[in-house]
Design a protein around this ligand. Structure first.
Ligand SMILES: Cc1cc2nc3c(=O)[nH]c(=O)nc-3n(C[C@H](O)[C@H](O)[C@H](O)COP(=O)(O)OP(=O)(O)OC[C@H]3O[C@@H](n4cnc5c(N)ncnc54)[C@H](O)[C@@H]3O)c2cc1C
Length: 369
């Protein structure tokens, strides 16, 4: 085939497909999951992400998204609250990603599900394979397969860690739904952190990162880890008592936090890296989705105007490098005992500091499209 293949139908891939299809381009999206699925994500939608979602024709309120106006920073029994500098939204990725893929299909993209693509040849003519035996030879590949490397197009992700992430949806008891409503809660753990907030239908999203060592001490499973967390974290104990598991857990290992793709001469000229394939921001910032959509719309614009992938990669790197570097520095502070104490003290005497941290870890306004 000629035309464009988008590998991965998550937020970045679906967003790029929307822009390309709306411009009348032939675009095929290949998504590994055969049906809508849960994704590891705190599901906090920042103001920047909201504006991109709206621009692509998706109405978050109509999808039932929950409004979030404040953040609570929690360390054991201590809780510090601050208003957010914007209204966030909570919506499950199962719903959001599907809405964007549907939108891409309405605009004319060809969505092919249940096939995991890999790259047989990246230099010279692009050659892509899927397990069913089909072969794709597109002019251009939009690479949007998320955090982990795609076979045939590995990245130099030195920024690894030993954290493991879990996400579940829970039905809290009514008093705890009321207590959580309108807030995103960031609970600092000795070796990671947890995010708790409501999404559509008043479901609670609990998304957390802990070290592999802690998970192993708890028996290596979610079923072992959860009681351990409830025992050691009084805030989680209060929120989750009486809660019923609605979906999950889904998990992820070795997220390359802090990675930003450095364009090199060896990059295949027909490949545009999007979303987490281009840069992975520490997740507590709640801005990975905005980077995914920003990169997708920017890349599609470069491609439509006939510009090179290398030029796009240079511009995007300039857009996101600073925020990812600042988020990684904050992440390092928050994962040491002394750092957590300092953050709690600072947040208590200077709540606006949390707003500043939120601002410094977003796609900068000068770069927004
Ligand atoms: C623990 C955690 C919490 C987070 N919380 C938030 C948050 O609250 N707010 C926020 O804005 N960001 C958050 N993020 C970041 C956000 O989830 C990501 O940045 C965002 O999902 C990136 O979008 P993407 O489209 O690049 O990748 P993804 O959303 O991962 O999409 C990749 C898609 O590619 C598909 N795929 C993978 N391999 C193949 C293949 N070989 N062939 C075909 N398809 C393939 C996958 O099935 C998937 O659908 C969080 C991240 C983590 C790890």
């Amino acid at each position: 085939m000629s035309g464009t293949v988008v590998a991965g139908g998550g937020l970045a891939g679906a967003s790029a497909a929307c822009v390309l299809a709306a411009a009348g381009r032939d675009v095929v999206v290949i998504e590994r999951q055969p049906a809508p699925s849960d994704k590891i994500c705190g599901e906090f939608i920042s103001a920047e992400a909201q504006s991109y979602v709206a621009r692509l024709g998706i109405d978050l309120a109509a999808l039932g998204a929950h409004r979030i106006n404040a953040v609570r920073l929690v360390h054991r029994e201590r809780v510090v609250s601050s208003a957010l500098p914007f209204t966030g939204f909570g919506l499950s990725r199962r719903v959001l990603d599907e809405a964007l893929l549907r939108r891409a299909a309405q605009l004319g993209a060809d969505i092919r599900r249940g096939e995991a693509i890999h790259v047989r040849q990246a230099h010279g003519p692009l050659v892509l394979d899927v397990p069913s035996g089909a072969e794709y030879r597109p002019d251009t590949l939009f690479l949007a397969t998320g955090k982990h490397d795609l076979r045939g197009l590995r990245r130099n992700t030195r920024a690894q860690n030993d954290l493991v992430g879990f996400k579940v949806h829970l039905r809290l008891v009514p008093t705890q739904i009321a207590a959580l409503a309108g807030h995103v809660e960031l609970i600092m753990l000795p070796d990671g952190y947890a995010g708790l907030q409501l999404v559509e239908d008043n479901l609670a999203n609990l998304c957390l990162l802990v070290s592999t060592a802690r998970l192993q001490r708890a028996g290596g499973t979610w079923e072992g880890l959860l009681p351990d967390l409830l025992h050691t974290e009084p805030h989680l104990h209060t929120r989750l008592t009486g809660a019923i598991l609605a979906s999950g857990p889904v998990s992820i290992f070795r997220v390359p936090y802090g990675f930003v793709h450095m364009p090199t001469r060896d990059d295949p000229p027909g490949v545009f890296r999007l979303g987490d394939q281009m840069g992975v921001i520490p997740s507590f910032t709640g801005d990975g989705m905005s980077i995914a959509m920003h990169s997708a719309i920017l890349a599609a614009g470069f491609h439509l105007s006939g510009s090179q992938a290398a030029d796009y990669h240079r511009v995007l790197r300039g857009d996101i490098r600073g925020q990812i570097r600042r988020a990684a520095a904050l992440n390092r502070i928050a994962t040491t005992g002394a750092g957590r104490m300092m953050l709690m003290r600072l947040s208590a005497i200077w709540p606006a500091g949390m707003q500043l941290a939120a601002r410094l870890t977003r796609v900068p306004s000068r770069a927004l499209l």
